[in-house]
Design a protein around this ligand. Sequence first.
Ligand code: DON
Length: 305
Amino acid sequence: MSDYQKILNKIQDNVQPFFGKGKVADYIPELSSISGDKFGMALLTTKGELYQVGDAEENFSIQSISKIFFLTMALNQIGSKIWQRVGREPSGSQFNSLIQLEHEEGIPRNPFINSGALVIVDMLCSLYEGPKLNLLNYIRKLCLNPNIEINDQVSISERMTGHRNASLACFLKSYHNLENEVDHVLDVYFNGCAIEMNSIDLCKSLLFLANKGKQPDTENICLTYRNTKKVNSLMMTCGLYNEVGDFAWRVGLPGKSGVGGGIVAVLPGKYITTVWSPELNKNGNSFVGIKALELLTTYSRKSIF
Ligand code: DON
């Protein structure tokens, strides 16, 4: 058995005491029915070796992990002009904070907090007739899985309860940092967050982040080297919101979380990994997922530091 497989097996055993300490997201009602004891982890190396444990083949709601796809699509289509409308600094506040946006006059701190992602989605709405399908096809192509879909119940559930995101979008509009209608931008954003994928497909679709922007097997360029460096840097500094410092301290890898309980993390040059465990800590990040990633870099003695 390979070292990484042994490590994943050991992680699965050693995270067991950490179940029951977090809480499954319920502010999007449809997410609350997921069983908290799920645990899946996949690791895909730049050499194409795949390792997995637990529920790695089970689909989950990718939620804010979709912000990586929004951003890489916008970088590919629009390039560095996107930085005129969104910043690149950590926010130090929760992912759906309203206060900061007023202080900074409608320019969100970074593309991974909700306000920043809404601005990026607005750019995609200006580019495409049917941005939801463009987004789905982009992801399907990256992981070579035509069956990736949006869970309509989840997106409707968030639409019914997403008053904070609606406030953020209206606020952005009032600062002229939203070109499209608020409802259209929110619809694409909620649907993007409601995409379902499993840990293995997430690793396949984002492996380019570990390989200087190229898919290792085909040599296809998914993102330029420079933009890959930038996306990984943003994940390191902004990917876990107000918990990004603690995540860096514990794990030592760029990461991006979602309230569905998934976290994607990258060791550039070596691997991409996805962990899924739906119970969240108070910052909205997977409680067990962070522990699992901490154990991964500890047991493998490899991190970016
Ligand atoms: O906008 C929201 O609140 C959700 N659709 C996504 C938030 C999220 O995943 C934050 N990540 N930990």
